[in-house]
Design a protein around this ligand. Sequence first.
Ligand SMILES: [Zn+2]
Length: 162
Amino acid sequence: MEEEFGCQDLLAFADLFLVQCPKCKNCARVFTPQNALGVNESIIVPGHETKRVSCNQCGFSKDKHPSKKSNHYEFDFNLFEQNPEADWYFGLPLYLQIPCCGRQLWFLNERHLDYIEAYLKKGVRPSNTYYMSIESRLPKWMKSSKNRVQVLRAIQKLKENI
Ligand SMILES: [Zn+2]
C-alpha cells in the first residue's frame, strides 16, 4: 500500500473508535471500559486493555479481552492490516468514512477528523511529538492542493452527520 497510515501513527487517536453498530447501524463507540482487563497488570501496553463496543441507540454492548501473554495482556493488531476502514478490535466498519477523490476517506473519531481538518486548513504544526508522525505520513493525495478542497468538503459532510 502506498503512503497510508500505520497502526502506530494512529495510536494517539485510538482511545475511541466511532463504528457502525452491528445491530442498528447507528453510531456506536469502541472504548476502554472502567473495569478493563489488563489495566492493573505490571506491564500495561497502551491500546491493549479490554475493549467494549457500546451503542446508545439500541443498547448493544459487547466486550473483547486481550490474550494473556507471560506478564501482560495483548491484542493482535492484524485486523488493521486486513481492513483499515474498521476498528482494530471488533473489525466493525468505521462510522466516519466517505468516498473522496476516488479513495475512501476515514477517521477513527471526531478528534482525528478535527485534527486532519485543522491541518489541511491551516497547515497547523502541533508541538506534540505524538502527532508529528501522523502529519508527516499524511497521504500525499490528501495534502495536494488539487484534492484538498474536496477532502475538506467531505470532512464537512461527515461532521453534519455526527
Ligand atoms: Zn445499535
